[in-house]
Write a protein that binds this ligand. Structure first.
Ligand code: IMP
Length: 424
């Protein structure tokens, strides 16, 4: 059975968790393939709201196999806290979790560097979870990996080498070098705890595929935060697009059959960086409150704006989307008019896609559509939607040349209209 990828089509926080949670009910395995504790999803466990950063959203389905792939950067302390949360609720069975031995470890020096840099003038508004510095070390071939936790001598030697290289950076930023012995001791304890779930994740995913299991690949962040194709340098440090699902899970592209891109019916962004369709003032405030637009990881208020079609076109192209999951459509209820940023204008030229550098200089060009007043929470099929909501969806589909295959009409799992399920 081929794999299905769920990817963020905007700047993250699109509501991927809800879509993954829904599809997980029809999957045998869920794999997270990139990023780290910069992601955050709120999950309702036995009526209680819990926030997870590393554990895949699908983990709450008791029979699903959960894999944290080699493309991730893992802070073991955070992972252990999440495992404890699951364990206390009877949802953690080591046999159904696998953490890739190849995933890179977020170390105290990475957290420190991220934090110190964010105090300076080069700040880009990161989540301060050590993501950038960890991926820097990975690419520089001096990173520490999860599998190293199981070999104390190797871990210690790599830790010493790593700190030696990072020392000048930490000193230049005004920080204090972490104590090697203390870091070593705490990470060895983490290793002991995580040992039962560390292994070859690529092999586990491949076996599942070969056995005919339904594999769901869960993306983190969004297309516009992709290190290569996003709004560089205001991006995260990993590949967030569907192609990286293969690399991060350790399987080949021929296994992927469908890619669902999750987009809100409007746009949000956290952190710095250009945002052409951003709203200011009352309307932004209204969307923020109605949509609960506050970061799950940092609690920061999200910047809000109209749906950005050029960015969504890029997501269709860069991920090879086979369907769009349009979330939070209900948040737009009550607007007299809805604006859709259909293209950009830059120096008198019309642009269908985000440009190389000048996204901060583009002017958003809007198409105005009539809004709707009816609440959408009880709609369970496209036919139940008010005429103007249907029209809004049709205009989006035409503009980006991709069908909307799922709609979110409220926070609950049932408040979803599934036009087409990815697993047939
Ligand atoms: P980093 O990933 O912490 O290095 O942050 C880099 C940029 O990506 C910042 O603008 C963050 O706000 C943004 N970012 C990282 N992860 C997420 C996410 O899960 N949702 C939304 N934005 C994110």
């Amino acid at each position: 059975m081929p794999a299905v990828v769920v990817v963020g089509a905007q700047w993250g926080d699109e509501g991927k968790g809800k879509v993954v949670d829904l599809f997980s009910g029809f999957s045998d395995q869920v794999v997270r393939y990139s990023g780290g504790a910069n992601a955050g999803h709120t999950m309702v466990v036995q009526g209680e709201k819990l926030i997870f950063h590393l554990i895949p959203c699908g983990a709450l389905h008791p029979n699903i196999d959960c894999v944290l792939g080699q493309g991730m950067v893992v802070n073991p302390e955070v992972l252990i806290e999440e495992i404890d949360l699951l364990n206390q609720r009877g949802l953690f069975q080591p046999s159904r979790f696998l953490l890739s031995d190849r995933a890179h470890l977020v170390m105290p020096q990475h957290l420190l560097i991220d934090e110190l840099r964010e105090r300076g003038k080069g700040a880009i508004g990161t989540t301060k979870r050590g993501i950038g510095p960890t991926y820097e070390d990975k690419v520089a071939r001096r990173g520490l990996r999860v599998g190293d936790l199981l070999s104390p001598a190797r871990f210690r030697s790599k830790l010493e080498d790593n700190l030696e290289v990072l020392k000048p950076t930490i000193v230049a930023l005004g920080g204090e070098i972490p104590d090697i012995a203390a870091v070593f001791e705490s990470y060895m304890k983490f290793g002991e705890r995580l040992k039962p779930i560390i292994g070859d994740a690529s092999r586990r995913v491949y076996s599942a595929l070969m056995n005919g299991s339904k594999v769901l690949m869960e993306g983190a962040q969004g297309t516009m935060l992709d290190i290569d194709g996003g709004t560089y340098p205001f991006v995260t440090s990993s590949s967030t697009v569907a192609g990286s699902a293969c690399i991060g899970a350790g399987i080949g592209p021929t296994h992927i059959s469908e890619v669902y891109g999750v987009s809100k019916a409007y746009t949000t962004r956290v952190g710095h960086g250009p945002f052409p369709s951003e709203l200011k003032g009352e309307l932004a405030e209204e969307l923020r409150e109605r949509g609960g637009e506050y970061g799950a990881t940092t609690g920061r208020p999200r910047r809000c704006g109209w749906l950005d079609i050029p960015a969504l076109r890029l997501a269709v192209r860069a991920n090879g989307l086979t369907g769009i999951a349009l979330t939070k459509v209900d948040v737009l209820t009550g607007q007299d008019r809805i604006q859709l940023c259909v293209e950009y204008e830059l120096d008198g030229k019309k642009l269908e896609f985000p440009p190389f550098e000048d996204l901060d200089r583009v002017r958003a060009v809007y198409q105005t559509l009539p809004g709707w007043k009816e609440p959408l929470g009880d709609c369970r099929s496209i036919d139940d939607l008010p005429q103007n909501a249907k029209k809004y969806i049709n205009v989006i589909e035409k503009a980006v040349q991709c069908p909307v295959t799922l709609l979110g009409v409220g926070p609950d799992r049932e408040q979803t209209i599934v036009v087409r399920f990815p697993f047939k």
